[in-house]
Design a protein around this ligand. Structure first.
Ligand SMILES: [Zn+2]
Length: 201
């Protein structure tokens, strides 16, 4: 069971259903707490440079004197935060689950210094629509309400090779089926009557 849930979660996590992002993350947290083993904590550090001043902190333009940048208050940093991520192992896969976001770095020493991950974690989407397929299975098995909410809401134009994605797409197509598209179309007819006196030629 753990291996199976881990496999589903691993694939779904790389291609998160955009219509049910919050439901997915809620489910992910729930499943990790239930099935996975917590193996540690990492700190994720995200720093975004200010683009108004090119992270110099000084705003320059041709029509006025250089001044302290308004966007970043002269710091050159638009946004910076640290997120505490609990690290879990489920099956043979590792997952991160955000616990809290801090806008000032407070070292969390829990016996030893925590490892720091720089920037966002990027996932490569799996082949076909395997991520979507796995997300649908997770919803079907563990969150039936979201399953019915998500099913058939987004079409999958390519790579329909797995059962739930095929069903999902079929429902999507069915929902958007308009029988009027298949009726013979009347050609618009134009009837004009001109009063010969009004014609410009
Ligand atoms: Zn700035």
């Amino acid at each position: 069971m753990q291996y199976f849930v881990g496999w589903l979660l691993y694939n779904a996590n790389r291609d998160i259903p955009f219509l049910a992002k919050s439901q997915f993350y809620e489910l992910k947290t729930r499943l990790l707490k239930k099935y996975a083993t917590k193996v540690g904590t990492d700190i994720q550090h995200v720093k975004k440079d200010c683009c108004s001043c090119d992270n110099t902190g000084v705003f320059k333009c041709y029509w006025k004197m250089p001044e302290t940048c308004w966007s970043c208050f002269g710091t050159g940093v638009y946004k910076e935060f640290w997120t505490r991520l609990d690290k879990y192992k489920l099956g043979k896969w590792y997952f991160h689950n955000p616990v809290e976001r801090m806008y000032k770095y407070e070292p969390l020493f829990e016996g030893e210094a925590l490892p720091i991950i720089e920037g966002y974690i990027h996932h490569k989407a799996p082949k076909y629509r395997l991520g979507k397929e796995c997300a649908l299975w997770l919803f079907l098995l563990f969150d039936r309400k979201s399953f019915w909410k998500v099913l058939g809401r987004t079409g999958s134009p390519t790579h329909k090779r797995t059962p739930l994605v095929i069903i999902d797409n079929a429902i999507f197509v069915f929902r958007h089926f308009d029988w009027r598209d298949y009726l013979p179309k009347k050609k618009p007819k134009y009837d004009f009557e001109y009063d010969s006196d009004e014609l410009p030629f």
